[in-house]
Design a binder for this molecule. Structure first.
Ligand code: C2E
Ligand code: CA
Ligand code: CA
Ligand code: CA
Length: 283
């Protein structure tokens, strides 16, 4: 009816206004967020599928916004890229991850690699390796305890630059993993280039989510194939987004070595992660 059409229109415009206002507010706030100490990492363990031992951790950025609360990266990383603040955030990310990991080691907790996410275009940045070396020196973190997660998109941008960056990172001892594997515009032929350059493949959650005894859509088969492919290429394999024991059992059956997901732990603040790491294992 005309009546409900009118009210829908109303709701629509008022929510548009809120969205516009929010974008505006985030954009102006983002410029000062680092100075105001509003970024925080949440940490999610990577767990060995056989022993339940914590074998790594991924640092995931959050923005503690005074008005909008704890914001996830999807809400501000694209904006940061758009308005040219991503390099500065990237600096914070590298420094914070290395110094936190060093602090845990100095506190006597088990030494494990910490992963950070680098957005595709940042990976092509000229000073990336230099910046990483200087952060490692500054924080005194051994390079083998830093891991960079990149997506295939980076490689499509400029194959030559990416391969030489991967080689430089390898030569300084930093680990690399290929995130969201199986999505994107991946071409399997890239894997040949990655052999010996990438330490791990992370199977995207979209495949893990649909794992089930029955396998109606082929997710099991695809997952099994990715795991075998990784093993042939001498890469470790990590399943992301594992939420239940059925998925875990299937992944174990396929010999997937490393598990990440809500089943073991959601991403948690630093102090909570230190408690998990202190126990060493997740039961
Ligand atoms: P990602 O690297 O693929 O990270 C995995 C995302 O899945 C995280 O979302 C994590 O919280 C979520 N997750 C983990 N386990 C489960 C699960 O069992 N079930 C479900 N439903 N979700 C799970 P988050 O933290 O919101 O991060 C989203 C994306 O933002 C990340 O995707 C990454 O691409 C990006 N990101 C995070 N931190 C940074 C950063 O410091 N710099 C950059 N450039 N990007 C970042
Ligand atoms: Ca990641
Ligand atoms: Ca991922
Ligand atoms: Ca993702």
């Amino acid at each position: 009816s005309k009546e409900s059409g009118k009210s829908n229109y109303h709701i629509y415009t008022s929510s548009m206004n809120i969205q516009t206002y929010k974008t505006f507010s985030l954009e102006s706030g983002l410029r000062n967020a680092i100075e105001l100490n509003q970024f925080e990492f949440y940490y999610q363990p990577k767990v060995c599928s056989r022993t339940n031992q914590i074998v790594g951790v991924e640092a995931l950025i959050r923005w503690n916004h005074p008005e909008w609360g704890l914001l996830s990266p999807d809400e501000f990383i694209p904006l940061a890229e758009e308005i040219g603040l991503i390099a500065e955030i990237g600096k914070w990310v590298k420094y914070q991850a290395c110094s936190q990991n060093k602090a845990w080691q100095d506190a006597g907790l088990p030494a494990i690699p910490i992963s950070i996410n680098i957005s595709p275009l940042r990976f092509l940045e000229k000073n990336l390796v230099k910046n990483i070396i200087s952060v490692l020196e500054e924080t005194k973190l051994d390079p083998e305890y830093l891991e960079i997660e990149i997506t295939e998109t980076s490689v499509l941008e400029n194959e030559k630059v990416v391969l030489s960056t991967l080689d430089e990172l390898k030569s300084i001892g930093v680990r690399i993993s290929l995130d969201d594997f199986g999505t994107g515009y991946s071409s399997l032929s890239y894997l040949k280039l990655f052999k010996g350059r990438i330490n791990a493949l992370k199977i995207d959650r979209s495949f893990i989510k649909d794992l089930s005894e029955k396998d109606p859509d082929g997710s099991n088969f695809i997952t099994k194939t990715i795991i075998e492919l990784a093993q042939h290429l001498k890469m470790n394999v990590v399943a992301e987004g594992v939420e239940n024991t059925e998925q875990l059992q299937i992944l174990k059956h396929y010999n997937c070595e490393t598990i990440q997901g809500y089943l073991f732990s959601k991403p948690v603040p630093a102090d909570e992660f230190a408690v998990l790491l202190g126990k060493g294992k997740i039961e």
